[in-house]
Design a protein around this ligand. Sequence first.
Ligand SMILES: Nc1ncnc2c1ncn2[C@@H]1O[C@H](COP(=O)(O)OP(=O)(O)OP(=O)(O)O)[C@@H](O)[C@H]1O
Ligand SMILES: [Mg+2]
Length: 235
Amino acid sequence: MALIEINKLSAWYGKAQALSEISLEVNRAETIAIVGANGAGKSTLLDSIMGLVHNTGSICLEDEDISASKTRYRVEQGIGYAPERFNLFPYMTVRDNLLVGAYTARDKIDKNLSAVYKLFPQLAERENQETATQSGGERQMVSLGRAMMSSPRILLVDEPTIGLAPKVCGEIAEVLRRLREEMGLTVIVTEQNANFALSLAERLYVLESGHITASGSADELARDDTLAKSYFGAG
Ligand SMILES: Nc1ncnc2c1ncn2[C@@H]1O[C@H](COP(=O)(O)OP(=O)(O)OP(=O)(O)O)[C@@H](O)[C@H]1O
Ligand SMILES: [Mg+2]
């Protein structure tokens, strides 16, 4: 059974429809990528899974429909979110930003903080530094770490490579791989960087103007000429 299953999810901002009948499923310990251009609806999809946008359709976590639940409940049930452009508090330290993510899991702060510092040793070294003075890559790591502080089973990561150098993208990919392999985490990552998505995800969905227009394994999508040219830099 899928860990999370989304069926006919549509989302609106006022009268403007941003997502049209999106259906997808993600299995335990699987990484999937949602690939799409600016405005395709990537952030709206993740916001909908968190209950932050008006939407219809169903979102089932194991066999429970959480589509009418409050965001806090979804976090307590194990959905963690590292939103776009990380939204950190710039004049708070790394450690205090991480603690913000522990709101629903205060009894596990020590355990989760050690796990985050093990995953990102450079954050442990700089735990008293304000995030305003960090590099983009370091801030992305704080954002992922903050999402880990709620003890998630499934992690939503919105465009983790935006504005980052290729070497740092590689480091982020490595961390996301370790989350799956060492901690059994299920990951949904959105990307415009299709090559990053291909290198990381077992399956991909292509999102265009609020519709899923293709899906399949990395091999299957790379074999489709039109898609390969448009999204995956081939041809
Ligand atoms: N708060 C909002 N109010 C009104 N429309 C919005 C709002 N947020 C997004 N939209 C619209 O919804 C659509 C999807 O936007 P969304 O931010 O989900 O795209 P995205 O794929 O995340 O893009 P990007 O790569 O630029 O982050 C776009 O047409 C956008 O203009
Ligand atoms: Mg976005």
